[in-house]
Each structure stands twice: as structure tokens, then as C-alpha cells.
Design a protein around this ligand. Structure first.
Ligand code: PNS
Length: 166
């Protein structure tokens, strides 16, 4: 069975991520979405919240092959090995992503030559999209409906509302 890992911060999941999930799930028998717990960037949502938002976002996608969502800590290659994954999936939006992604992919391959990284070029309509842009727009009360799955829009506004009330 071919297992793939799609790792990321997913803070929060965007329509660009969802596009990669749908396309990558056709490539493997099982796709595991790995949500990095201790990201250097201080996340808006906890890892558990990010897992729940992704689960909600993929729940109603028709004909999606088995996809699991799990939080992980530490090295990605260790998580991949633990899950018997031989493929790491990443999305490439633009040339600006490439240098960083190439470096990570080559490092991971050096750490574990049995694991390869496969890149999906982001669909054009999402090539500009990032979680950080979504956070910034939502933090100012802007419209994020075109950028994230509809079912998680309110959770993002609610998060900023709860942060403002502390
Ligand atoms: O969505 P992101 O923040 O671009 O995802 C980055 C991620 C999670 C893929 C990367 O930070 C990662 O794999 N972190 C785990 C630590 C690790 O394995 N580092 C070694 C590669 S240099």
C-alpha cells in the first residue's frame, strides 16, 4: 500500500491546500495530512484545532479516497517512517517557493533516501493564496470566503473575536 504524507502548518487550511489534497489523494492508496505541532511561527490555531478544521473541510468532498489528519512533532521523515509513508507531498505556488522547498526535499531525502518528495504545482486560481494572507485579512474583518472552505470561515472570525476579548 502506497502511503503519502502531506505536511504543513495549515494555519488555517486554504482552498489551495484543499486542491492539493484532492489531487494528491489520487496518487496514493492513503494520504495522511500531517499538521506540524510546534511550528516556529506562532500559530493562530492549536494543532488540535487545525486538525479539526481540516477534518471539517474534507468531510463532504465526494469520492475522496482514505485521508487521515494527524498532528505531528519533530522531524517529518520520522513521522513519515512511523506511518510507512514513502512519499511526501508539497504544493508549489511560484518560483519563490521553489528554493525553500528544494532545500527541504533534498534534506529529507538525505535523512531518509527511501522517502521522495512529490510536488504539485498549485492550480492557477490559488497561486497567490497563503494562510498568512487569510489570517491578515480575517484579522481586519475582511472577506475570506473566496480563500478558505466555507465551513471553516466562521471559526476563523470567531478565533479573532475570542483573541480580541482577552
Ligand atoms: O506549511 P509549512 O509551514 O510551509 O510546512 C513546513 C513543514 C511542516 C513541511 C516543515 O516545516 C517541516 O517538515 N517541519 C518538520 C521538521 C523537519 O522535518 N525539518 C527538517 C527539514 S529541513
Amino acid at each position: 500500500m502506497k502511503v503519502g504524507i502531506y505536511p504543513g502548518s495549515f494555519d488555517p487550511i486554504t482552498l489551495g491546500h484543499l486542491d492539493v489534497i484532492i489531487r494528491a489523494s489520487g496518487l496514493v492508496d492513503q494520504l495522511i495530512i500531517g499538521v506540524l505541532k510546534n511550528t516556529a511561527k506562532k500559530p493562530l490555531f492549536t494543532a488540535e484545532e487545525r486538525v479539526k478544521l481540516i477534518e471539517l473541510a474534507i468531510k463532504d468532498i465526494p469520492d475522496l479516497p482514505p485521508v487521515k489528519v494527524e498532528a505531528f512533532d519533530g522531524l517529518l521523515v520520522n513521522f513519515a517512517k512511523e506511518k510507512n509513508a514513502s512519499i511526501i507531498v508539497r504544493g508549489l505556488r511560484a518560483i519563490t517557493d521553489f528554493e525553500y522547498e528544494l532545500q527541504i526535499a533534498q534534506t529529507n531525502h538525505k535523512l531518509n533516501p527511501a522517502i521522495d518528495t512529490v510536488f504539485f504545482t498549485t492550480s492557477v486560481e490559488y497561486s497567490y493564496l497563503s494562510s498568512s494572507a487569510v489570517r491578515e485579512i480575517a484579522s481586519f474583518g475582511g472577506d475570506i470566503q473566496k480563500f478558505v472552505p466555507e465551513c471553516i470561515v466562521q471559526s476563523i472570525y470567531d478565533k479573532y473575536k475570542s483573541l480580541r476579548s482577552v
